[in-house]
Design a protein around this ligand. Structure first.
Ligand code: T3D
Length: 264
């Protein structure tokens, strides 16, 4: 097994990125951020990739920032520049998910804590093993949710639950996370890989550009007035209808054949 911080594998149109620091529950170091950034950029640019899956090696998904990493040390022995780390590393990471031209699935195989939890929740769909859990661990070390947590959590589960999860830092099991609408699905551990790959293949065969614009439209609408969101829908629908996938989708429907989508 390679000791690279990010493992990259490809199965047809599905690209899988595996966070690979299992001894430290795949917590983020500067090196892992750099490798992840390159792997995400490569997936975004490779037109053969039509769905991205992100998972963790070993028993965890990701335990957030590696609290031993040199990124966390200051040169003069004073407090670390945590705001700088969030601005420089976590903000672009979250934005790269929000802007990915293909759907992104988090396959959460174990504990997802701190920025690791919100990194998963920033993906389009989260499929979690029944034994997995989500922990807003920040409050336990005197921080607030980052990597998009303050934006994502209340939108997913409402203000009361968002504040409860963030203030207590309590562990939320995957079953409960599915029940309250924080994640897409919780499945038996043994079915995690198969279920996620089936979902990834299904999304990969769909019109990528429409799927990524769906995410962008839903995210944008959450800060718009109703009339503005309706206008934005009209604008995006006009753009999509001028692209190849719409013509192909309609032609395939009328010819009663499977569509072969190619826009990205
Ligand atoms: O610069 C910045 O800080 C800005 C960014 C901040 C974003 C953040 O993510 S802040 C939040 C950071 N994360 C945490 O506070 C979570 C810390 N980890 C835990 O609370 C627990 O490890 C878990 C609840 C996630 C899992 O508990 P458990 O009992 O299953 O495992 P464990 O024994 O605690 O951990 C296993 C190993 O992973 C252990 O190493 P060892 O003793 O076997 O050598 C542990 O130290 C290591 N590990 C886990 N999380 C981290 C970590 N090492 C470094 N950093 C971690 N975050």
């Amino acid at each position: 097994m390679s000791d690279a911080p990010i493992l990259v594998s490809t199965d047809g149109p599905v690209r899988t990125l595996t966070l690979n620091r299992p001894a430290a529950l795949n917590s983020f170091t500067g090196a892992m951020h750099a490798a992840l950034r390159s792997a995400l950029a490569a997936a975004a640019q490779d037109t053969a990739v039509r769905c991205l899956v992100i998972t963790g090696a070993g028993r965890g998904f990701c335990a957030g920032q590696d609290l031993n990493d040199p990124e966390m040390q200051s040169a003069d022995g004073g407090p670390p520049d945590v705001g700088g780390v969030v601005e420089r590393l976590y903000k672009p990471l979250a934005l790269s998910l929000a802007d990915m031209p293909v759907p992104v699935i988090a396959m959460v195989n174990g504990v997802a804590a701190g920025a690791g939890a919100n990194f998963a929740l920033g993906c389009d769909m989260v499929v979690a093993a029944r034994s997995a859990s989500f922990i807003q661990a920040f409050s336990k070390i005197g921080l607030i949710p980052d990597c998009g947590g303050t934006w994502l959590l209340p939108r997913a589960v409402g203000r009361a639950r968002a504040i409860g999860l963030a203030m207590t830092g309590d562990k939320l099991g995957a079953e409960e996370a599915e029940r309250i609408g924080l994640i897409w699905r919780c499945v038996d551990d043994a079915a995690l890989a198969e279920t996620t790959l089936a979902l990834a293949r299904k999304l990969a065969a769909m019109p990528s550009r429409a799927l990524s614009q769906t995410r962008r439209a839903i995210d944008a609408a959450s800060t718009m007035a109703y009339a503005d969101a309706l206008g934005h829908e009209a604008q995006l629908q006009g753009e999509l209808a001028r692209a190849g996938d719409f013509a192909e989708g309609v032609a395939a429907f009328l010819a009663k054949r499977p569509a072969a989508f190619s826009d990205r």
